[in-house]
Design a protein around this ligand. Structure first.
Ligand SMILES: Cc1ncc(COP(=O)(O)O)c(C=O)c1O
Length: 389
């Protein structure tokens, strides 16, 4: 099948692609040329306007939030920007208390294949009285939605789960799990890091309480521009203990000594936002919003299918789902010596990564030419052949 010319027209915004084969957008999206200009704009404001630069800097927080709202189909005023997903999880964890005693609601349920940083935050909550229940995978690749639902009961407080599993690209049935959670009064916190920008997202339709993610991967925005969505009816329900003056109803009134929370989504903000990161993330988010994730997804399904055909042809073990409806934007595969081959591929500027117990991960994105996928697997075959199979 021919490449999508409309999509490849955006490639010129990413000149760095011409020096490498970039199949690493599940981990680090390619840098847009405009990110350099945007960062220069940030620095120039700083140089020329000193303290008054805040008048130009601060609106960038809401501008970034609005770009994210568009991408995740969220209503206006439901997203704030933060530094990273770990920080967001800590803010959300600090919204909860864990009563003790028989039948107390103190359970946190998530998949055993969760991205470790998220697990670390919630495991630490056990010191405050949380009880973490991890739902295992039976095949090391997928997670049974019924098993997730069965683990969620009247004692469950929160379900901090991945939308797309980082080590296999399996898409969890977030809608079904969120419905179960809602039925028993629990809150799904959907980590969309591996879906935003490559799998269409509609947080309202999914029915989740919270959603979050970052800009490093398919959004091509670099680090430091993570986002949090809060369902409108929940915004005022919580008072996060992990907080700061930007979460205050009037930050520049400098009221003392206690926090008086904003009545909008800014109540989930902490201290000073990372403004440079917001400038840097602008171009990638704009491009994704402009193209539309549905179009990106259609192309991703075609190209990940081509990757899977190569995996089969080279006799490697596929560790991602074959079914389109279950497969996110990346393809994971393994063979003996895969970690060394990955290292050599990166040395040769065929960018990919490797995860223990999973293997090599690759992800085409809207800017990928099919020819580059063929080049990648051709190179991998050469290296593997040289390494003795
Ligand atoms: C599913 C998922 N969650 C979270 C993260 C990262 O979290 P943080 O923003 O805290 O670095 C990643 C990858 O880096 C991820 O794949």
């Amino acid at each position: 099948m021919a490449d999508d010319a409309d999509l490849l027209a955006y490639r010129k915004r990413f000149p760095a692609l011409e020096d490498c084969v970039h199949l690493i957008s599940h981990s680090l999206g390619c840098v847009p040329a405009k990110a350099f200009d945007d960062l220069a704009e940030f620095a120039e404001l700083w140089r020329t306007k000193s303290i008054t630069a805040w008048g130009d800097w601060l609106p960038e927080v809401d501008a970034a939030a609005q770009r994210i709202e568009k991408i995740i189909s969220a209503p206006r005023g439901t997203v704030i920007m933060s530094h990273n997903v770990s920080q967001i999880m800590s803010i959300l964890a600090s919204c909860f208390d864990y009563p003790s005693g028989l039948g107390a609601r103190n359970k946190i349920v998530y998949e055993a294949m969760q991205f470790p940083t998220v697990s670390y935050v919630w495991q630490a909550e056990q010191r405050r009285g949380a009880e973490c229940v991890l739902v295992p995978s039976t095949d090391g690749m997928t997670i049974d939605a019924d098993a997730m639902c069965a683990a969620i009961d009247e004692r469950t407080l929160a379900v901090p789960m991945s939308h797309v599993v980082f080590s296999s690209a399996y898409i969890q049935d977030a809608k079904k799990i969120a419905a179960r959670a809602k039925e028993v009064g629990a809150h799904v916190i959907l980590d969309c890091y591996q879906s935003i920008g490559t799998v269409p997202l509609d947080v309202v339709d999914l029915g989740v309480a919270f959603a979050c993610g970052g800009s490093v991967k398919y959004l091509c925005g670099g680090p430091g521009a993570a986002w949090l969505y809060v369902r409108p009816d929940l915004i005022q329900e919580f008072a996060p203990r992990v907080t700061g003056w930007f979460g205050n109803e009037a930050p520049f009134a400098f009221t003392m000594p206690e926090q008086s929370y904003a009545d909008n989504v800014w109540r989930y903000m902490g201290g000073t936002p990372a403004i440079a990161a917001l400038f840097q993330s602008r171009a990638g988010q704009q491009t994704i919003g402009e193209i539309g994730v549905r179009k990106i997804r259609d192309n991703s399904l075609v190209q990940t299918d081509i990757c899977i055909k190569w995996v089969d042809e080279l006799g490697m073990k596929l560790n991602s789902p074959r079914a389109e409806a279950q497969r996110g934007g990346s393809v994971v595969f393994d063979f003996v010596g895969s970690a060394d081959v990955c290292r050599e591929l990166n040395r040769r500027k065929f960018y990919c990564d490797h995860r223990p117990q999973a293997g090599i991960r690759i992800a085409p994105h809207f800017y990928t030419k099919t020819e580059e996928i063929d080049l990648f697997f051709g190179e991998l075959k050469k290296i593997r052949g040289g390494a003795g199979g």
